[in-house]
Design a protein around this ligand. Structure first.
Ligand SMILES: [Zn+2]
Length: 390
């Protein structure tokens, strides 16, 4: 982060220099054009100019002036070059170029991995609402985007851009279609949307009081849960004449509630459709940014001590990486027998008795065609053990 701030500072300085240069160049050109125009006028007015002794001097002076200004501008332009190249040095100084040594071929060894990676990028842009970028990526990377997969993203983004323009109808329609799931998730999104519409009506003053009252009927269905909120909204009617901005309800008029409803919608829509609010790419990227300094440090230690084997195990890092709590998604399972963290190749298995051990431990415990649970100890067939996914 510090590297970004330092680079940004230098880039800002350069932008100021460019702006100043641009301004100066325009001023100089304007001044020179005026000067030449004046000279032209003088020549036209002075009938005898051609024979005048001063003609050489005047033209030579003008020539000298043009040349000197041209040289000044060109040397200033050269200075800009050195400032631009200084940015490159700032980048080198502030960022670790080691990251460039990551072997993409090892990370994405085959076509299938490449496709998954492109799909993650594509999905990220769909989520961000940049549908045209996502579609271009899909086309360039030759991704087969299923319409069924794409549709929820496009719809969600349409609804959010509607909400950004204070249009609640598409969102309400979506809520009506997904009412059952929203109810299961104990979401108050539909109520909040009706509340927004009500506030928009009532803040228009006495002329819209009647419409607001009529609209308030929508709150009936929410009465058992949102009773207190509805009472507050009804209180607004007392202040219609004097204006809500001078009432205890003035907070409701803030435009912030529109930004909040966009976030609420995104959150609830993701929950209902079974998607995470942040795109997996954003999450992986921010986790990677947090982990990278420690990984680069350990890499240089390993290189110095020449024990490169420590990094060769793909499933395990040689050090613990502490990520923020918001980056904690999956519980880890350590096998109680082998005291090792389970991996994809050595997953946790649930025995018939309910005890969970790693596959390697189970293989070691098998005797003949039976295995005895090391805890209870129920005898069972190792084939009955089921893989557990955390
Ligand atoms: Zn057991």
């Amino acid at each position: 982060m510090e590297g970004c701030i330092n680079t940004e500072k230098d880039v800002d300085k350069l932008i100021i220099k460019f702006d100043t240069y641009k301004k100066q160049t325009f001023q100089t050109f304007e001044h020179l054009v005026q000067h030449i125009e004046k000279l032209k006028e003088d020549i036209q007015n002075e009938a005898d100019f051609q024979n005048s002794k001063s003609q050489h001097t005047v033209i030579a002076q003008a020539n000298k002036k043009l040349k000197s200004h041209g040289q000044k501008l060109s040397s200033q332009h050269k200075d800009l070059h050195s400032s631009v190249s200084r940015i490159g040095k700032t980048v080198d100084r502030n960022f670790d170029m080691e990251c460039g040594s990551i072997n993409m071929h090892e990370i994405l060894p085959d076509h299938a991995h490449h496709t998954l990676f492109n799909q993650a990028i594509c999905e990220h842009f769909y989520r961000q609402g940049s549908v045209s970028i996502a579609e271009s990526i899909a086309k360039d990377a030759n991704l087969q985007i299923n319409d069924k997969w794409r549709q929820p993203f496009v719809e969600m983004n349409d609804i959010i851009s509607g909400l950004q323009n204070k249009m609640v109808e598409p969102a309400l329609e979506w809520c009506a279609r997904n009412r059952e799931q929203l109810h299961k998730e104990k979401s108050d999104l539909e109520f909040k949307l009706h509340r927004l519409k009500f506030i928009e009506l009532i803040k228009k003053g006495p002329s819209h009081q009647h419409f607001a009252l009529q609209y308030s009927r929508h709150f009936q269905q929410f009465a058992p849960v949102q009773c207190k909120e509805i009472q507050q909204l009804m209180g607004c009617f007392l202040f219609v004449k004097q204006g809500l901005s001078n009432s205890p309800y003035c907070d409701m008029l803030s435009d912030d509630i529109w930004a909040e409803i966009c976030m609420d919608f995104l959150h609830d829509a993701c929950r209902v459709t079974g998607m995470s609010v942040d795109s997996p790419l954003t999450t992986s990227f921010s986790a990677g940014c947090q982990a990278l300094p420690a990984l680069l440090a350990i890499k240089s230690v390993i290189e110095q001590r020449q024990c490169s084997g420590a990094l060769s195990n793909n499933d395990e890092l040689p050090i613990d990486i502490d990520l923020d709590a918001c980056q904690h998604y999956h519980s880890v399972f350590a096998c109680p027998i082998l005291r090792q963290q389970t991996t994809v190749k050595n997953p946790p298995l649930r025995l018939v008795c309910g005890h969970v051990i790693s596959r390697d431990a189970l293989t070691k415990l098998v005797s003949g065609s039976k295995v005895k649970c090391p805890y209870c100890p129920v005898e069972q067939s190792p084939n009955d053990a089921k893989e557990v996914f955390f």
